[in-house]
Design a binder for this molecule. Structure first.
Ligand code: UT7
Length: 319
């Protein structure tokens, strides 16, 4: 049995904030942000938009593309670090909104690596629990959790959601080929360098980050996990058509390619207009590049991400 992706969609809030917009209220500039991150603009959710409203929009479209009845969905997983509230889960809100009343639903939090974690969980659940259809959404409104007066963090983030319909199939020629997950929560070394310093949905707390340290680990660990998943599956980078990394920062991706010999021409980079949308960034990049026709059915994709925890990992999928 293989888990196949049969519907892919995304949703971005309509409000776009450019670097020039930010420079009107912050001591920053387009030049500083763009040269260090590759980010030119980001989508920012409106006050009445939440992680679940973004997730519902992306999910509805993915279901249409997969052409399935919501009542045929067995499970819904929402990857998010920015849920509407501590409970209920965004996944339950999605279930109710789309009428997938036969699905069990839960949220999963693995920070910016959440999409890869959710893909691994969905794939193994589908095999062990014999599920036919799973809806996987990564949705984030991280701009509601940043300090808009802190130029060292707020310029980096944006909001959005990506949704996949996953279906189990007897055809082994495509689907999720491999997933590999890692975590390291050593307090002094990793917890402190990237965190939200308040309770979930408590807007007295904000994202804090030791940017240079995170940069170093992002390069080293994403490269290591890509190398390991390839070698463990007797593959090389030549077997991969496209690498879709977490879109935190273009300079991190350039450095991975330079230091670890990954081909930059195979790397999908959407940081320019999306910024860092945490766990939503990979499905957003996938959906956008498939809509453009860059990525096609039959292509083999390598996903990789690193996020707060630290948590990181990679996955290989043949479309
Ligand atoms: O999912 C993982 C998420 N995290 C990341 O992707 C972040 C990884 N880290 C980075 O991308 C980089 O470390 C940053 C882009 C965040 C920062 O770049 P940097 O070259 O490491 O800058 P820095 O933090 O060392 O700061 C250099 C200077 C400082 O000024 P002084 O102390 O040298 O006078 C900062 O105050 O740049 C200043 N600065 C800014 N200046 C203009 C920091 N943020 C800004 C800003 N505009 N937005």
């Amino acid at each position: 049995m293989k888990t196949k992706i049969t519907g892919i969609s995304a949703y971005l809030p309509s409000k776009v904030v450019t670097n020039d917009d930010l420079s009107k209220t912050l001591d920053t500039s387009h030049e500083w942000i763009y040269t260090r991150t590759g980010i030119a603009s980001r989508h920012v959710s409106a006050d009445d938009e939440t992680t679940s409203t973004l997730a519902i929009k992306a999910a509805r479209e993915a279901i249409l593309k997969a052409n399935i009845d919501p009542m045929a969905i067995d499970a819904i997983i929402v990857s998010t670090t920015t849920g509407d509230s501590r409970f209920p889960s965004c996944a339950c809100k999605v279930q109710g909104a789309i009428g997938a009343y036969k699905a069990f639903a839960f949220d999963l939090n693995a920070a910016c690596s959440g999409f890869i974690y959710a893909l691994a969980v969905a794939d193994s659940m589908m095999k062990s629990m014999h599920l036919k259809n799973v809806l996987l959404i990564a949705s984030e409104t991280i701009t509601k959790f940043v300090d808009w007066t802190d130029r060292s963090t707020c310029v980096l983030f944006g909001d959005g959601a990506g949704a996949l319909v996953l279906q189990s199939s007897n055809d082994d020629s495509s689907g999720i080929l491999a997933t590999k997950l890692y975590s390291n929560g050593e307090e002094d070394k990793f917890n402190a360098i990237l965190s939200h310093n308040g309770p979930q949905n408590d807007h007295r707390g904000y994202v804090t980050m030791a940017g240079r340290t995170v940069f170093k680990y992002a390069v080293e660990y994403m490269a290591q996990s890509m190398k390991e998943i390839l070698s463990e599956n007797n593959m090389t980078i030549d077997d991969i058509d496209w690498i879709i990394p977490h879109q935190a920062n273009k300079r991190i991706l350039d450095t991975i390619c330079k230091m670890h010999d990954f081909p930059i021409e195979k790397m999908i980079i959407t940081t320019e207009n999306h910024a860092n949308t945490s766990s939503a960034s990979i499905p957003l990049a996938l959906s956008e590049t498939m809509d453009k026709g860059t990525i096609k059915k039959g292509d083999t994709l390598l996903f990789t991400a690193l996020g707060a925890g630290l948590v990181w990992g990679s996955a290989i999928v043949k479309l």
